[in-house]
Write a new protein. Structure first.
Length: 221
């Protein structure tokens, strides 16, 4: 047990600072009175969802190539669906390994790979494929990954608020490019926007009541 000299209280558990005054604690913290809650998700269910979603994305890409693209130039761009699957796996695996900073790492991932594709597009003479396809695909795959994660992993209430913000950000970015007319075809951005709405609905269903309560508490409503 450690002790705060200012408050003259003994503090039980693994605290680095005094929970009352945030001052320094003296003594050995010892073992906390509460059991450590393990991360609750089934690796097998997660992998199955991931594999099924990947197969679904590939099938949809084949269907789109069959049905839509014959009249559209740039058929090969749809093959960047592999980018979507790579992104999906990466975000889910990040969630499994580094769960606490998932929102931040997802944003870093999308921004970093997005910038690389924009630079690549620029080097190839700028046909806007990066903003038309690559960035919406990255955002959409991150949204799909988030939906899998929210569906299969137990989340803290605060995390749902962070994820809702992330979902809005991922959905809005391609729509902003669309609004600025920086893209050559609106479909990928529109799909991403629709996915974002679906993810928001899923988040609301998953933890809606608790999230609203937590928001009200934080905003002092
Ligand atoms: Zn204190």
């Amino acid at each position: 047990m450690s002790r705060c000299r200012d408050c003259e209280v003994d503090v039980e558990g693994d605290w680095s600072r005094c929970p009352l005054c945030s001052g320094p604690l003296a003594g050995d913290p010892g073992v906390g009175p509460l059991p450590a809650v393990p991360l609750r998700f089934s690796r097998r269910r997660l992998l199955r969802a991931l594999v099924l979603t990947s197969i679904g994305v590939v099938l949809v890409s084949f269907a789109v190539q069959l049905l839509i693209t014959p009249g559209v130039p740039g058929l090969g761009v749809l093959r960047s669906v592999w980018l979507a699957i790579a992104g999906l796996w990466l975000v889910v695996l990040m969630a499994v390994h580094k769960r606490r900073n998932l929102a931040k790492s997802t944003v870093y991932f999308v921004v970093l790979v997005g910038l690389v594709t924009v630079y690549w597009d620029y080097l190839l003479g700028w046909s806007a494929w990066s903003l038309t396809y690559a960035v919406p695909i990255l955002c959409a795959s991150s949204l799909l990954a988030l939906m899998i994660i929210v569906h299969l992993m137990r989340m803290e209430v605060g995390e749902h608020i962070v994820y809702s913000g992330l979902v809005v950000l991922l959905g809005l970015t391609p729509l902003v490019f669309l609004g600025l007319r920086w893209v050559t075809t609106p479909l990928p951005s529109a799909i991403c926007g629709a996915l974002s709405v679906a993810a928001l609905v899923l988040l609301q269903l998953a933890r809606g009541a608790e999230t609203r309560h937590e928001l009200a508490k934080r905003l002092h409503l």
